[in-house]
Design a protein around this ligand. Sequence first.
Ligand SMILES: NC(=O)c1ccc[n+]([C@@H]2O[C@H](COP(=O)([O-])OP(=O)(O)OC[C@H]3O[C@@H](n4cnc5c(N)ncnc54)[C@H](O)[C@@H]3O)[C@@H](O)[C@H]2O)c1
Length: 312
Amino acid sequence: MQIESIGIIGTGVIGSSWAAFYASKGFRVKMWDVDATVGQNGQQQAVDTIKLLQTQGMLSGDTVQESISRIKVAGALEQAVENVQLVQESVAENYEIKQQVFKALDAHTDPAAILASSSSGLLMTPIQQVTNHPGRCLIAHPFNPPHLIPLVELVPGDETDEQAISKMKIFYEGLGKVPVVLKKAVPGHLANRLAMALWREAVDLVANGIASVEDVDKAVSAGPGLRWAVMGPHMIYHLGGGPGGMDHFIDHFAPAVKVWWESLASWTSLPPEAKNLLVGGLKEEMGERTMADMNRMRDEKLVKMLKILFED
Ligand SMILES: NC(=O)c1ccc[n+]([C@@H]2O[C@H](COP(=O)([O-])OP(=O)(O)OC[C@H]3O[C@@H](n4cnc5c(N)ncnc54)[C@H](O)[C@@H]3O)[C@@H](O)[C@H]2O)c1
């Protein structure tokens, strides 16, 4: 079944961004949110995002009006998912809510339609268990903002059909996304686990007075972050080993790194003093700049980088 129409359930930050992305790629999109005001705001947000994509030169072969005209707000979940071949669920990150939504999606969609959850870190197994057609349910986790960042993590639940994963991998690749497939589900999938491992240490360095919030941020974005945009940590360290590659890198650095690893943070709840330190440090790092300024700067620079990294 070819995907032509997509239902977006939950139209907050992620749902509205997905809506803009899919509409800009030629799909008919129907959005619905349990909160009608959020539904309307989500549509406006998607429209604004499409306009932004155009000014950034990211809207290929289509006019803004053509893209915008493909987006509709539905009056009920049933209408949003009627005759769609894909649902991109983007409701709150909570098992009970996702189960309730998946139950309704299962009842009101063609059983051949794919039900994809944007969940940042929940497992699909307990969600798909409430459906009668669990094979078509999977996690398709984007990175914020989905209209720009290419990564989509595809994660099966225990009952997900392999064909559903392979179909979505081909689908996302066709849209210029970079899907990765997890062989087994773990909380937080791949990218958020990696990000949270780094962030725990970043928080700990601030909490222990080793460096300011701003300097810890710079130590990532002006250093290893630049390399990570080009290739991942395994390949980076393979190159770091010179002609001997990873083999030499491990022999050379593993004894020294063992001492660092032993002193890394390993807590699982934020230290109580961390919140105030981070909030204060970020205020200093932002200076006179507003959140809107920071968002704009992030997206403008991201677009330039995406053009270099992902356009042929
Ligand atoms: N924000 C991020 O950076 C990010 C990144 C990737 C994935 N995600 C995932 O995307 C999903 C949505 O996150 P968000 O940041 O867009 O949250 P959000 O709070 O901006 O939006 C969630 C929306 O879901 C709606 N909602 C709640 N219950 C509902 C229901 N029963 N039916 C329909 N709509 C309902 C809410 O009204 C709200 O508008 C979560 O699973 C989250 O983990 C978030």
